[in-house]
Design a protein around this ligand. Sequence first.
Ligand SMILES: Nc1nc2c(c(=O)[nH]1)N[C@H]1C(S)=C(S)[C@@H](COP(=O)(O)O)O[C@H]1N2
Ligand SMILES: [Mo]
Length: 207
Amino acid sequence: MTDRVDARPDDRPRLPPGQIITEKWPVLHYGMVPSVQLDSWHFEVRGAVEAPFTLTWAELLALPRRETVCDIHCVTRWSRYDNLFEGIPVTALLERARPRHGAAFALIHAEHGFTTNVPLDDLARPANLLALRHNGRDLDPEHGGPVRLLIPHLYFWKSAKWVRGFELLEEDYPGFWEQNGYHMRGEPWAEERFGRPDPARMRRGPR
Ligand SMILES: Nc1nc2c(c(=O)[nH]1)N[C@H]1C(S)=C(S)[C@@H](COP(=O)(O)O)O[C@H]1N2
Ligand SMILES: [Mo]
């Protein structure tokens, strides 16, 4: 039997407030689509963990997979229903790294220095994937291929395309869009669209 998680909500309205359904899948990101070099590619889990590790592309592909069925919600107000993603469950990576006691947040790192921050509780959900495929096909580069993060219960900017690592932190630290005014958590049903990161914390850097 396929390991499959259905992350479509059954305890709340399906469409979060202020969203509009689209049938197409828009492409949205800052900067250029990177050309990802798979022979030198690695994924790194580090920071506030007992057992930091890195994975090569071949090692990532060898890990057990999961399918997640979900809706996705962009903060620019489009939502897309019934997506089937396939990838590596994030929980497996976190279990291997063993977050330290004080670890409560993660800074997600992607190609070109893109970052986004999430509470560890939100990163450790069973539906979350390092996603390799969408609706039965390898992810297109413009949608984050070869591998992107998927966190379907938060606004889609937290689902970093071309993801390269997790840095676990004891204190929250704003990522790229968060430094530009977006919310530190980004929960669509609470309409956590915009926030106000603490400037002193930004000067100090992640810890
Ligand atoms: N690396 C990276 N990932 C990113 C972004 C980005 O600018 N860079 N933008 C985010 C935003 S705002 C959204 S809505 C989704 C869009 O994913 P899509 O283009 O596959 O729809 O990617 C997210 N992941
Ligand atoms: Mo977005």
